[in-house]
Design a protein around this ligand. Structure first.
Ligand code: GCO
Length: 476
């Protein structure tokens, strides 16, 4: 039997009026049309075409073909009752070479997409950077060099002028931790470099890009949008005799390296100490921290699972917690490489091998409220990959994903009951899509995509979510 959104009982757990129920995607993961209408290669086009970097040699050349199917995808979002759609803008469509000429066809695509959303009563939440850096900027040094932040500021000005009259929320960056540490430290993400000092310089220039972009967007947007950034916070548990120190190191590198400058206007002293063997941070120039420390209306929180770390005094087997293929000589933890070991955690697990720990989301939201009591929050990504099966009747029962979402929405609601100012929740992802180093092997969508036909099928979790989005009451 096909489970429709009417086949559930209410749990009695009600989200407040005005709470935003959304879903999220990202340009390189869903759009396809990689060489169309003036788009030029990003670092992920280059990386995915480099043998051995992406599972099965998959690329984003076609992806979900969202670039051509966006109208029917917007109809799907409307049918699901979504209040908002979190998407990202491909920088290589807008300023294809990263600097220089602006591509009007690229601007026109996102303008049509935004108008389509507004016509359907869906709020556009646009991320400027979800990892698809124009390749020429990488050729000139990438995020480790300051000029990339300069180019990003100009890109933000262009987009603020083009769409700032209609965007509901601007998000400058998605997960700078991944861009910096996986892209330049561990090497499992584009551009695939394993240079610890470069990774920390990338941290700073991404922070600088964020602050400069918030100012540029404010200066050019006329529709009074909200401003935000999305961070993937690590919820760390410690193990062994130095458990607390292990947690401190993880939180310094993964979380406070970004919230410190962005929300407090300073790099944490312990971060600078932990990384002193890697860099002297001399790339931080006078005025940078003031530029980075811009007020934001909402802090985007991406959460999937927890991590457990152990600290060793000597050299230890270095294990990456990100699940992506470790690169010889690379580390996502510059300054703690060789001393931090990430341990397997108790199950159950999603298809990514990530543990299912909804209590970690509640803990994270409460911690962020304690650290930043006046900062409104938004869950900008939460979801799960599982290996779905298509039933004989064509439906896609995905009870594990539905249970994951139910448990995490429940955890978010518990946090709200304790005073967390959570404004909304975006499920990752609307569609099965290109999961970076895993290619199309991992399915996160509440809507299945048949990658042979590109046909969309709403999964059971999508039906369940539609009922939640339409009623505001968590279905059992
Ligand atoms: C991220 C990215 C998404 C991923 C999702 C699952 O958080 O890593 O924003 O692009 O696809 O999180 O890994």
């Amino acid at each position: 039997m096909r489970a429709g959104s009417d086949d559930y009982r209410d749990s009695g757990l009600v989200f407040p009026e005005g709470f935003t129920f959304g879903s999220a995607t990202a340009s390189y993961q869903v759009e396809g049309a990689a060489q169309e209408d003036g788009r030029l290669p990003s670092i992920w086009d280059t990386f995915s075409k480099t043998p051995g970097r992406v599972w099965n040699g998959d690329t984003g050349d076609v992806a979900c073909d969202h670039y051509h199917r966006w109208e029917s995808d917007l109809d799907l979002m409307k049918d699901l009752g979504l209040d908002a759609y979190r998407f990202s803008i491909a920088w290589p469509r807008i300023v294809p070479a990263g600097t220089g000429a602006v591509n009007q066809a690229g601007i026109d695509f996102y303008s049509r997409l935004v108008d389509g959303l507004l016509e359907r009563g869906i709020r556009p939440v646009a991320t400027l950077y979800h990892w698809d850096l124009p390749q020429p900027l990488e050729d000139a040094g990438g995020w480790p060099v300051r000029a990339t932040a300069d180019a990003f500021e100009r890109y933000a000005e262009i987009m603020g002028a083009a769409l700032g009259d209609r965007i509901h929320t601007w998000t400058t960056l998605n997960e700078p931790w991944c861009s910096a540490y996986l892209g330049y430290g561990q090497g499992g993400h584009a551009p695939g470099r394993a240079e610890p000092a470069a990774a920390l310089a990338a941290v700073h220039h991404l922070n600088l890009a964020h602050g400069r972009a918030v100012q540029a967007l404010r200066a050019t947007s006329t529709g009074d949008p909200d401003y935000s950034v999305t961070l993937n916070f690590h919820v760390a548990r410690g193990r062994g005799p130095q458990a607390a120190e292990a947690v401190r190191r993880v939180e310094a590198l993964a979380n406070r390296a970004f919230t410190g400058p962005m929300l407090r206007g300073e790099y944490p002293a312990d971060l600078l100490e932990d990384t002193a063997s890697v860099t002297d941070w001399s790339f931080v120039q006078d005025g940078d921290l003031e530029a980075i420390h811009q007020p934001i209306d909402v802090l985007g929180v991406n959460y999937y699972s927890t991590v457990t770390a152990q600290l060793w005094d000597g050299v230890s087997p270095r294990q990456m917690n990100d699940g992506h293929k470790a690169v010889a000589g690379g580390t996502a933890w510059p300054g703690s490489d060789g001393v931090l070991e990430f341990l397997e955690q108790p199950g159950p697990y999603t298809a990514m091998g990530w543990n299912i720990a909804p209590e970690g989301l509640e803990e994270l939201l409460l911690s962020l409220r304690e650290q930043f009591p006046d900062q409104a929050l938004m869950v900008t990504e939460n979801g799960a990959a599982f290996d779905d099966e298509v039933a004989d009747d064509g439906s896609v029962p995905d009870p594990e994903r539905l249970d994951y979402l139910r448990r995490h929405f429940t955890a978010a609601h518990r946090a709200m009951q304790q005073g967390v100012d959570l404004r909304g929740y975006f499920v990752w992802s609307l569609l099965d899509n290109f999961e970076w180093g895993y290619g199309y092997a991992k399915r996160f969508g509440i809507v299945r995509v048949d990658f042979d036909t590109l046909e969309r099928t709403v999964k059971q979790s999508g039906e369940w979510y539609a009922r939640l989005a339409k009623t505001g009451t968590l279905p059992e």
